[in-house]
Design a protein around this ligand. Structure first.
Ligand code: ADP
Ligand code: ADP
Length: 225
């Protein structure tokens, strides 16, 4: 479990100043939600942590090491998106092991990992199904399983539940949070849904127009007029 530190992060898209001097420390094991109106820079911030987006200034540290110039695959983070990005022609099992195959892990080793991930994500009975044979929540669990199987240092979630219907969304909130706890992970979770942020996060960071406007524990923010 790892600390993520942002120090004076700035990001320009051409002349547009999308992230303005953002400083933020995320503690090992913490679950932080990033909220704010559309266009305020939530995704951009998440993508800079992932290394999918370069920064124009500032320092980004993961587990104490500066990663500004590291490629995404060298940052040991797992992203979970709202589009599940599963391979439709592969079973759940193959979807889970695909990235391990590329890493040339032994067959026995992969089997062990798949069983463990299936247990954690509740996919034991679904390993031989294809994505089209799964519900939205089950697909999202496969997507999370694929992220976990990489044994990442931290999770970056970009509105992972926004494609699900309301009831499932509420259920998956607690599933994601339980997963975070069980793995003792560090998580950054982008959502435009304030209730989601309040119910899931240890700390809520509110962004507006490229700056951090306020942050605090859900109840502290909630009590504020
Ligand atoms: P949010 O995730 O909070 O909705 P984004 O991080 O996606 O916001 O976008 C922040 C701002 O940066 C928006 O004004 C958006 O239009 C702009 N932006 C995002 N990506 C790009 C890009 N690739 N090129 C130019 N502007 C961008
Ligand atoms: P593919 O992207 O074709 O499925 P891999 O799963 O091996 O192949 O991913 C290739 C690279 O893409 C990885 O080394 C990693 O850097 C990045 N990547 C893939 N999935 C994720 C993820 N969930 N989170 C973060 N990075 C990922």
């Amino acid at each position: 479990t790892y600390q993520i530190e942002l120090e004076n992060i700035n990001k320009y898209y051409g002349g547009y100043h999308a992230l303005r001097d953002i400083s933020l420390g995320i503690e090992p094991g913490e679950f932080v939600a990033l909220v704010g109106p559309s266009g305020c820079g939530k995704s951009t911030l998440l993508r800079t942590i992932a290394g999918l987006e370069g920064i124009s200034g500032g320092t980004l540290r993961i587990a104490g090491e500066t990663v500004n110039d590291r490629a995404p695959r060298e940052r040991d983070l797992a992203m979970v998106f709202q589009s599940y990005a599963l391979y439709p022609h592969m079973t759940v099992r193959r979807n889970l092991t695909y990235s391990m195959r590329l890493k040339r892990r032994s067959k026995a080793d992969m089997e062990r990992s798949v069983e463990e991930i299936a247990r954690i994500t509740g996919l034991e009975s679904l390993l031989d199904r294809y994505p089209r044979e799964l519900s939205g929540g089950q697909r999202q669990r496969v997507a999370m399983g694929r992220a976990i199987i990489r044994e990442p240092k931290a999770f970056l979630f970009d509105e992972p539940l926004s494609n699900l219907d309301a009831a499932l969304r509420v259920h998956m909130r607690s599933e994601v949070r339980q997963l975070h706890n069980r793995l003792n992970a560090t998580s950054v979770y982008v959502t435009h849904d304030q209730i989601e942020a309040m119910t899931m996060a240890d700390r809520v960071v509110v962004m507006r127009a490229g700056v951090v406007e306020q942050m605090g524990a859900p109840l502290d923010l909630y009590d504020r007029p």
